[in-house]
Design a protein. Structure first.
Lengths: 331, 331
DNA sequence: CCTTGCATCTTGAACGATCCAATCGCGGTG
DNA sequence: CACCGCGATTGGATCGTTCAAGATGCAAGG
């Protein structure tokens, strides 16, 4: 049973005072080089690790960042957050932080959880995902001066806080352009009801791309809630038009999967693209828009540490990343 | 800017000593009822929350539990861990713990991370997932007396530590029996190479079910690494036999998806079942074995808190849960 | 009336780090 | 030779909590 190694142990071993050891760790430049090395050797010889609890008590900083883990609603889209979370954990580790998870049934419960996490664990900051119009969470956090970054744009308030997002319009445009390049002229969009920031963004990309090609998007724009069944129904509907589309750009892989089912019933080929490049897309060979989740997570941590670790060279506080189109069999 | 509320603030407000407040929180039975209520009122009136860092420094307990988040290897199976993680976070919250994430490139890095987490954050325990034969992690942790639970059986050493697992043999047997009940007599198994605990377990379930029905599994047992392409290839091979199987029990949804592709090329119907009931299975209508991940996570936390929060009524330290078969179109 | 025991509550110290103010050594200056 | 300035180092106080030991009050027992 090895004795506990504290800063005092290291100090004795290197024949300096505790404060000098502390300085070596927190302000190396004010310690003479020779002394610094001696202390460093003692640290690694003894396997010393600063006790976070003690440090936190004194400094009020925990080096802990919270993020929420969702109850895998759809199951398909869940994997997006899963991958983001992995990237976040990685990036946090590099920056010397750790990710703490929490769940919340609804918004009220979530705010209560914030209070708890801040009060009991002295969390340094939050990473929020899936923000939508009029999100109460950002206001709550901003009000209390808690550092946070959102993955997802604040759709109402312009740039009140740091965020990272993926350009959904660009993604949808890329998918649409791919179809245009392969000769399609009648390209429909299957998306969510207007009103959701993410959904409207993707829709606008499709619309813009069509218009840029001199085509009219009227009649080809459909709205439905997310899901395979819904996608199939809407797609069937579209394909029964007098002048049916030959390409379907979908706002999610779930919708695209449904669309694929509708297409399979036909004898003519219809191109389909999805969104998010979920494992399902890869499995069934669905062309889909892939979000750079690892990079997004890294940028989130970057923005957050910039706030936490003091005013470093500024750079932008808002980051918009471009997704890429992964071309497979369906388009 | 509200003043920080400490145990001393509460003590003053309730006109008792700090220690009495502490007792109300940690050992309510030794405080007079009347006093207890007065303190409780002060606590809620002031919105007091015990500072974890200070508590941790004194007790050496952090109420933090670590678990690893994997780099979504296959992508399909990733969602299993995702759902488990969500359940774990929930269960931990109820028990008054929080989940901290970490990643690790390889086993050596993982052990180093353990050291770091224990040294710096004083973690209370670990939940390990995906244990396999001769896992170095369990030995390392056990050696140092660190509390941990594994989700997944230790396949070599019999019951050295608490674990929770899902009965893969039962799952495969259920899938096999379903096919037997619907009239199938030639039922093949597509699994992973022998040597992996999980894979062998599932294979044995299929074999046992066949034997119990008086059927001979010889010739119908196949081994391949996980993946859609691999599944397709092996299935095609099986279906080309002189006396081909009419049902395919697969060790994973990935393999089953591949098998489905092979089947689609045929004109006769062949039943296929998968394993893990991933979102993909639901998406394509694949019959699959569903693991009770939420319950598994809850049992993990239960076993862990039993170790951490002192000797409660024992009960078993090993839990084997039964999966259920989700019947869809493919079988 | 004093002792004993029990229940209840209070006081001082400790956990391990950082912050603060004071001290030390040392070469240069008046 | 006393003094100064400056960088490097030191000891003490501090964060908020729990532990260990001591104090208090009350009732029963001798």
């Amino acid at each position: 049973m090895p004795q506990k190694v504290t800063i005092a142990t290291v100090a004795r071993h290197a024949r300096v005072s505790r404060q000098t050891v502390s300085n070596v760790l927190n302000a190396p430049h004010i310690v003479r080089e020779e002394t610094r090395q001696r202390v460093q050797e003692a640290i690694s010889a003894l396997g010393y690790r600063a006790n976070q609890a003690a440090r936190q008590m004194r400094t009020g900083r925990s080096r802990l960042i919270a993020t929420r883990i969702e109850p895998t609603r759809d199951g398909i889209n869940g994997s997006v957050l899963d991958r983001f979370l992995h990237g976040l954990t990685d990036a946090a580790g590099v920056a010397g932080y750790r990710i703490v998870l929490y769940t919340a049934a609804d918004d009220t419960a979530e705010l209560a959880t914030y209070d708890d996490l801040l009060g009991a664990y002295d969390l340094d900051g939050f990473v929020l995902t899936g923000t939508d119009h009029g999100d109460p969470r950002t206001a709550w956090l901003a009000e209390r001066g808690v550092p946070f970054v959102t993955f997802g744009r604040p759709w109402d308030t312009p740039d009140q806080h740091p965020w990272v997002d993926v350009d959904g319009a660009s993604g949808a445009a890329q998918a649409t352009n791919r179809l245009l390049e392969t000769g399609h002229r009648r390209i429909a969009f299957i998306g969510w009801p207007t009103g959701s920031g993410v959904g409207d963004d993707r829709r606008s990309g499709w619309r813009t791309a069509l218009r840029a090609a001199g085509l009219d998007p009227t009649d080809l724009d459909r709205e439905t809630s997310d899901g395979i069944v819904q996608g199939e129904q809407v797609a069937r509907n579209l394909l029964a038009l007098p002048d049916p589309p030959t390409g379907l750009v979908c706002a999610s892989d779930s919708l695209a999967l449904g669309a694929l089912r509708a297409v399979r019933a036909l004898d003519r080929p219809v191109a389909v693209t999805g969104f998010d490049d979920t494992p399902v897309a890869e499995a069934v060979g669905l062309t889909s828009v892939s979000q750079p989740l690892g990079r997004a997570a890294a940028r989130c941590m970057d923005l957050l540490t910039r706030i936490l670790d003091g005013p470093r060279g500024d750079g932008p506080h808002q980051v918009l990343l471009r997704p890429t189109l992964v071309v497979r069999q369906t388009a």
